[in-house]
Design a protein around this ligand. Structure first.
Ligand code: 13P
Ligand code: SF4
Length: 304
């Protein structure tokens, strides 16, 4: 009997499909993915897959939606339709429109972790990898930024522009789990380690760490560093990727319990079924997809 991995491989060929996966996917999904990356790398990859008919997106809703916005002629499927990023839903369209009215002279940058209905009203988008660069790329001195308050605070510390967080703000419940005390404890436990966290962590946690990086940034930084030990302040399966790609380093999680539950909804069985049945599909109303494409394209261009 063939293994589920063989079934997936065969279906992928039959359907001319590609499997894209985020760095927070569990090991078994990382192992069968054709491409693994952070939000920006996945977005760039999604913009370059002209030769495929079907995309299986192992990540959360906003990532798969962005792949759809860039590939209206293809089918985008997500193995488990409930894989939502709660932060992306913290900025409803009406709230952004109201904030835009209050700050008519501000440029509008939305974190890709936002719903497409909000994205369509943004001047551009950013990810944790390019937020500073994108903010610099707009001519405005004032920037309306949402939904992640912590990423906004990170940008605000790096550049000389006024960052106005969207009114109710937003956050990642996983990165909210990290506290300064966790950083201090790890520093005591591993005095030779470089402590890295994600910019979705609270600003005091970011300030207590040695480096603040996107997940793709963590991979590059550790691969290029001469240091041997690192404390990783992000979702736990980032270490799975780091361990498999950069052997020989000692990697310690800042918190074992930092788990993005919805990222773990995808399983090998659901990937196989998504390939076989070509569902659940990700789609958006044409107008929303058309309008958001402008912001996605601006981001891709400005991050070059
Ligand atoms: P990265 O783009 O750094 O992978 O972050 C995505 C995300 O959702 C982090 O929680
Ligand atoms: Fe969303 Fe946080 Fe999960 Fe990233 S880790 S997908 S921001 S809930």
């Amino acid at each position: 009997m063939s293994s589920i991995q063989d079934e997936i491989k065969q279906l992928k060929e039959e359907k001319n499909a590609i499997i894209l996966a985020h760095n927070y996917q569990p090991k078994e999904i990382q192992d069968i993915a054709d491409f693994l990356g952070d939000s920006l790398e996945l977005c760039i990859k999604a913009s370059e897959i002209e030769d495929k008919d079907l995309v299986v997106f192992c990540g959360v809703d906003f990532m798969a939606e962005t792949a759809y916005i860039l590939n209206r002629d293809k089918k985008i499927v997500i193995p488990d339709i409930n894989a939502e990023c709660p932060m992306a839903h913290m900025l409803p369209e009406e709230e952004l429109l109201k904030a835009k009215e209050e700050h008519p002279d501000a440029g509008v940058i939305l974190y890709v972790n936002s719903i497409a209905e909000a994205k369509q009203h943004a001047d551009t988008l950013c990810t944790s990898a390019n937020a500073v660069k994108i903010t610099e790329s707009l001519p405005h001195d004032k920037i309306l930024f949402g939904p992640d308050n912590n990423l906004g605070a990170h940008v605000s510390e790096k550049i000389d522009k006024e960052i106005i967080p969207t009114p109710k703000g937003g956050h990642c419940y996983v990165h909210k789990l990290f506290h300064v005390e966790d950083v201090e404890l790890k520093r005591e436990e591993y005095p030779n380690a470089i402590i890295i966290c994600h910019p979705e962590c609270n600003i005091d946690v970011q300030e207590a760490c040695d480096e603040v990086l996107s997940t793709g940034g963590m991979l590059r930084f550790i691969a290029e560093s001469d240091a041997e030990e690192f404390v990783i302040g992000t979702e736990i399966d980032m270490i799975t990727r780091l361990d498999s790609e950069i052997p020989g380093k000692k990697l310690y999680p800042m918190l074992e319990g930092a788990i993005c539950e919805t990222m773990k909804l995808h399983t090998l069985e659901k990937v196989r079924d998504a390939l076989k049945n070509e569902e659940p599909v990700i789609t958006l109303p044409d107008e929303v997809a058309d309008k958001s494409l402008k912001a996605v394209k601006h981001m891709l261009e400005a991050s070059k």
